[in-house]
Design a protein around this ligand. Structure first.
Ligand SMILES: O=C(O)CCC(=O)C(=O)O
Ligand SMILES: [Fe+2]
Length: 304
């Protein structure tokens, strides 16, 4: 079973809830959370806006195609990302937007691609405003869950305080069409992967598709209605905590239904040292994340 938690109880540091959180983080690496400031109606609106964007003809999406950029902002066409080198590029399409550094921030003048400028489509008209608002609130929710995890893991084990001030947080819309009839054994909506960063706050439209590898190796389905968030952890947090937080494999094979999901990938500031406890050399969060982006987005592979 995937543990089901409530953010109000976590924020109150309810001992029973914190104990469940601790087990979820160590053993399964997936949980669901309700009781956030993001209502079902608001999440549904966001899902509908992504759907309206993805339904546009490709010619209308091309002006914001990330292939035109040296970064991962904007539309990623089907086949633009390969998360598992042993599988074919994923058949999903995506839209990515990220954190906009204040112009006077010390990192702003460095031209770092993890803080690249966002690209916004002109249709749907409300897309930019509504998605930016959702981004800010999802970031807020993600930070609250991370703070609880930091407490449950004890003694600020991953330097939570201050590390997320200029977060390399990426908000993505994933669109999975129904599984194409040409799809073979190496084709997936998104192939098996662990997320690259720290915490993923994932909204979905209630349709089935996501499966998660359990400690016994079996694949368990998770679907959540808008307003319920699936949370999982990435490679960076697993490394940073010396394995106290588990990054769990997951995938979407794809089926008879189309599906939209909206993950917020929460990562610390570029210059955060995310090396495991006791490591001799620092590992910069921004370098780690850039390397994983360069390995997986086809248009960035030449930088890998
Ligand atoms: O669509 C989903 O439910 C999962 C998406 C996912 O794993 C990802 O975008 O990293
Ligand atoms: Fe993922």
């Amino acid at each position: 079973m995937i543990p089901e938690l409530n953010l109000n109880a976590l924020n109150a540091r309810d001992p029973g809830e914190m104990a469940v959180l601790g087990r979820a983080v160590r053993e399964i690496g997936f949980l669901t959370v309700t009781g956030t400031s993001l209502s079902a109606a608001r999440v549904s609106r966001v899902l509908d806006l992504y759907r309206a964007f993805f339904e546009l003809p490709a010619a209308d999406k091309r002006p914001v195609d990330m292939v035109r950029t040296g970064s991962n902002r904007g539309w990623g066409a089907p086949g633009s990302e390969q998360v598992d080198p042993g599988a074919n590029p994923d058949f999903k399409e995506v839209f990515d937007c990220g954190y906009e550094l204040p112009t006077d921030h010390p990192l702003a003048s460095q031209g770092l691609s993890v803080y690249a400028p966002n690209l916004w489509p002109s249709i749907p008209a409300e897309f930019r405003c509504e998605i930016q608002d959702y981004y800010a609130e999802a970031l807020n929710v993600g930070r609250q869950v991370l703070a609880a995890i930091s407490d449950v893991a004890g003694d600020d084990p991953f330097g939570f305080d201050g590390a997320f001030d200029a977060p390399m947080a990426l908000l993505r819309g994933n669109y999975y069409p129904e599984r194409p009839n040409w799809a073979g054994a190496k084709d997936f909506g998104i192939a098996a992967h662990t997320d690259y960063g720290c915490l993923t706050l994932l909204a979905m439209d209630g349709s089935p598709g996501l499966t998660v590898q359990m400690p016994d190796g079996s694949w368990q389905a998770i679907d959540a209605q808008p307003g319920v968030f699936v949370i999982n952890f990435g490679e960076m947090l697993e490394m940073w905590t010396g394995g106290r937080v588990k990054a769990t494999l997951h995938r979407v094979v794809g089926g008879a239904n189309e599906r939209i999901s909206v993950p917020l990938f929460l990562n610390p500031s570029y210059d955060t040292n995310v090396a495991p406890p006791g490591a001799r050399e620092p590992i910069l969060a921004g370098e780690h994340l850039s390397r994983r982006f360069n390995e997986t987005y086809l248009h960035l592979k030449s930088k890998a």
